[in-house]
Ligand binder design. Structure first.
Ligand code: HEC
Ligand code: HEC
Length: 297
């Protein structure tokens, strides 16, 4: 073997070893989090009516119901256009075959907090578990209690239409090792921090992403290539300098901006199906958080 071939060989082995280390570190972190959740939720009882509220604030209903084509609640089929192709949200009704009616609480915790399916495969981050991973134990259990009360629908959503090699699910092992922090924490005593960076997943659209779709740490600083290629504005304290808490609260309720414009695109859906249906207290908590020092870039 000549020197170049030997060097290439050593480099390849090193790269594989580094990737393997990253993957095993990710697995250790993810497992610690989901096992803790499984244990801590054992004594909790789910409240279905609270769960419906959690599903609203987390946007589960909007993204899993094909309103545009008169789809049934939570039957999936919503097309999500991304730079990698089109994803379709699956059926998450209580149907035991087409939906998730046969899932245990453990299956549900693994999906939401770690992006792991019952068969051990990984979910694409088009399902924003990257935000849901910080969700409160009681919220998860309530959400599950509500989902089993949703009428079963027997139809399945179309398969994703995504390009190779992204179409190979195993590649998600590397994506998650690089971009998914299973032990990320939010201040659960600060309702606004919890909602924005957790269930309400504002940063999934409002933070920049790199070419591999990983979220940047410049949280809420805007995304030039948001859903369907449209630009999403920055919403840190500095960017919202002209907005008062009341302006933001009103915007999240009815979609009107301080200059009198109505919000369009994806934000109009977020307002119609999620923030507009929250309690006034939750909207105010989100507004307070956006205007707090914590979102100062
Ligand atoms: C932005 C759209 C979007 C939102 C919001 C969203 N999901 Fe999904 N969800 C998806 C997509 C897309 C998939 C498929 C992921 C895959 O195939 O890897 C998915 C997958 C799932 C699955 C796995 C289903 C299966 O058959 O394996 C469950 C369970 C689920 N979502 C529940 C939820 C819950 C609960 C919420 C709210 C907390 C939620 N989703 C919010 C898009 C979304
Ligand atoms: C599905 C993607 C998506 C999600 C999730 C989302 N937004 Fe937006 N948001 C947008 C888009 C797109 C716009 C621009 C709308 C327009 O041009 O009319 C916007 C606009 C805004 C604006 C107005 C900013 C301005 O300068 O006009 C605020 C404030 C805002 N969003 C707050 C939030 C908050 C808070 C959340 C979480 C509760 C959130 N958004 C979640 C896509 C999203």
């Amino acid at each position: 073997m000549n020197t170049i071939a030997r060097a290439a060989c050593v480099l390849t082995i090193t790269a594989v070893a580094v990737i393997a280390l990253c993957v095993s570190a990710l697995n250790a972190r993810t497992n610690a989090r989901r096992i803790a959740l499984q244990q801590n939720t054992q004594h909790l009882k789910g409240d279905a009516s609270r769960g419906e509220y959690v599903a609203t604030m987390a946007g589960c209903i909007a993204c899993h119901t094909d309103y545009e084509n008169d789809g049934l609640p939570l039957a999936g089929g919503v097309a999500l256009e991304t730079p990698f192709g089109t994803f379709y949200s699956p059926n998450i009704t209580s149907d035991t075959t087409a939906g998730i009616g046969s899932w245990t609480e453990t299956d549900f915790i693994n999906a939401l907090s770690a992006g792991i399916a019952p068969d051990g495969s990984h979910y694409y981050p088009a399902f924003p578990y990257t935000s849901y991973s910080v969700m409160d134990e009681q919220d998860i259990i309530d959400l599950k209690a509500w989902l089993v009360t949703v009428d079963p629908v027997a139809s399945s959503a179309p398969n994703h239409n995504i390009a190779w090699p992204v179409s190979i699910r195993t590649t998600l092992v590397f994506w998650k090792a690089l971009f998914f922090n299973a032990t990320r924490e939010v201040d659960t005593n600060h309702r606004g921090d919890y909602l924005v960076n957790g269930p309400a997943h504002c940063s999934e659209c409002h933070s920049p992403r790199n070419v591999l779709g990983g979220l940047s740490t410049r949280v809420l600083s805007g995304n030039k290539r948001g859903p369907e290629g449209h630009s999403v504005p920055a919403i840190t304290k500095a960017d919202l300098a002209d907005w008062t808490t009341e302006d933001i609260t009103l915007f999240l309720e009815v979609g009107i901006t301080p200059s009198g414009d109505f919000s369009g695109g994806h934000m109009a859906d977020v307002i119609e199906y999620s923030t507009g249906l929250l309690t006034a207290g939750d909207r105010a908590a989100i507004a307070d958080y956006l205007l707090s020092e914590e979102t100062t870039p």
